[in-house]
Design a binder for this molecule. Structure first.
Ligand SMILES: Cc1ncc(COP(=O)(O)O)c(C=O)c1O
Length: 401
């Protein structure tokens, strides 16, 4: 919970905006760096979760690599300090331009997702006289027990190459002269909370697949165990840092690896989700026929997760928390201003009596928030405000003065 002085400052800033708690962010990445060293696991930050330059610069300075899913993410990560040889590039649909730019940059590896992609990369690398390092993304057909929109490792998903193509795949890898086989890549889904069960299963499947590839004469130097660690959206104050220790311990207990093999993971959400809060202001309080509505100035254009996935975010009235009288609580449907019925932050949420002008905290919004923002309804994009540079934030304008 924020202290009174910070809340007072936040109240004076033009809303909506993303407030970054840089202290929590740094504690998170320090903790991850310590755990990664202890368990000898290499980290590639999944840039798709949040591309904010200040965060990327601090993550790259920690020595982590970057996991990108578009050519522009590759270029941006490089620009924010990630060395080319620490950038991997996944994604089912890499365009020729994206492949060319990444080849030119000399990235650590392409995580290839189809046989045709391998042909294309090999051919382009040949024409430009370079050798491309390539990991192959395998679809391991594992249920990550998460939301179906963020499950990636089942045969019904579009990602990776599945078992029925392994023979052809191995043949292509052996015959492609401009491809250097770098390793195997897996990704099974995001917001995984059944950590020990799901990652143990992934490791067992990976062990079998790695052994199969090596029996076919392809040495697997790098094993990338993608699958995103879940964060606590219900109680971010109780669990501000995700349980990296259980995650890495599970991997270490279950993966079979030699000393000359490197294990990689690619967390996005768990590095950044809890460090940001979307701050929004109550525009109007409206009594509907059956409900009370709080109409906020932040909408689904600022954070689409609730509308897209039905995602839950904890919501607090920061201004009401300052009021000295004992607050009455009331159930509200908290909604945004966008002209869509799905623009709802939360239905029937119990909050202290709220009034026009109160500022509200929509918690745990550092991942898949700002990166998915749009200008739908021609709304302005919510800017970033950093806890260590709060004085630079734009002041709210009083139009009644
Ligand atoms: C290939 C790949 N890597 C990494 C991630 C990051 O996952 P998370 O944000 O859950 O850590 C994703 C997310 O879906 C992904 O598709």
């Amino acid at each position: 919970m924020l202290d009174i002085k910070t809340i007072e400052k936040l109240e004076s800033i033009a809303t909506p905006f993303y407030y970054y708690d840089m202290d929590l962010f740094r504690r998170t990445i320090d903790h991850v760096a310590e755990m990664a060293e202890r368990y000898n696991i290499k980290i590639h930050y999944a840039v798709k979760a949040n591309v904010e330059r200040r965060l990327l610069e601090e993550i790259s300075a920690k020595g982590f690599g970057a996991d990108c899913v578009s050519g522009n993410e590759v270029l941006h990560a490089h620009d924010c300090g990630f060395p080319a040889d620490k950038i991997v590039f996944a994604g089912v649909g890499k365009s020729d331009k994206e492949i060319y730019n990444s080849l030119k940059l000399g990235i650590e590896a392409f995580n290839c997702e189809s046989l045709q992609e391998l042909y294309v990369i090999n051919e382009m690398a040949h024409i430009h006289g370079v050798k491309a390092r390539v990991s192959v993304r395998i679809n391991p057909d594992i249920d990550a027990h998460t939301h179906k929109y963020v499950t990636t490792g089942l045969y019904e998903n579009k990602f990776g190459i599945s078992q029925h193509e392994f023979e052809k795949l191995i043949d292509i890898l052996k015959k492609s002269e401009n491809i250097q086989f770098y390793g195997l890549h897996f990704h099974i889904g995001s917001q995984i909370t059944r950590v020990d069960e799901v990652f143990a299963l992934e490791c067992q499947r990976v062990n079998e697949i790695v052994a199969y590839f090596e029996r076919q004469g392809l040495k697997v130097d790098n094993i990338n165990l993608g699958g995103g660690l879940g964060v606590d959206y219900d109680d971010p104050d109780e669990n501000p840092i995700a349980d990296f220790e259980t995650w890495f311990q599970t991997i270490s207990d279950n993966i079979v690896k030699r000393d000359d093999q490197t294990v990689h993971v690619e967390p996005g959400r768990s590095l950044v989700a809890q460090c940001a809060t979307l701050i929004s202001r109550v525009l109007f309080v409206k009594s509907g026929e059956t409900k009370n509505f709080l109409i906020m100035d932040a909408g689904m254009n600022d954070l689409i997760r609730p509308a897209l996935y039905g995602a839950y975010h904890k919501i607090e009235n920061l201004s009401a928390a300052q009021r000295t009288f004992f607050p009455t609580h009331q159930a509200y449907d908290i909604v945004g201003p966008v002209c869509e019925s799905s623009d709802v932050w939360g239905a029937g949420r119990l909050l202290p009596l709220s009034v026009r002008g109160d500022i509200m905290a929509i918690r745990s919004t550092g991942a898949y928030g700002q990166v998915m923002a749009s200008r739908y309804n021609m709304k302005d994009l919510a800017p970033s405000v950093f806890s260590d540079a709060i004085e630079n934030a734009p002041e709210a304008v009083d139009y009644f003065e």
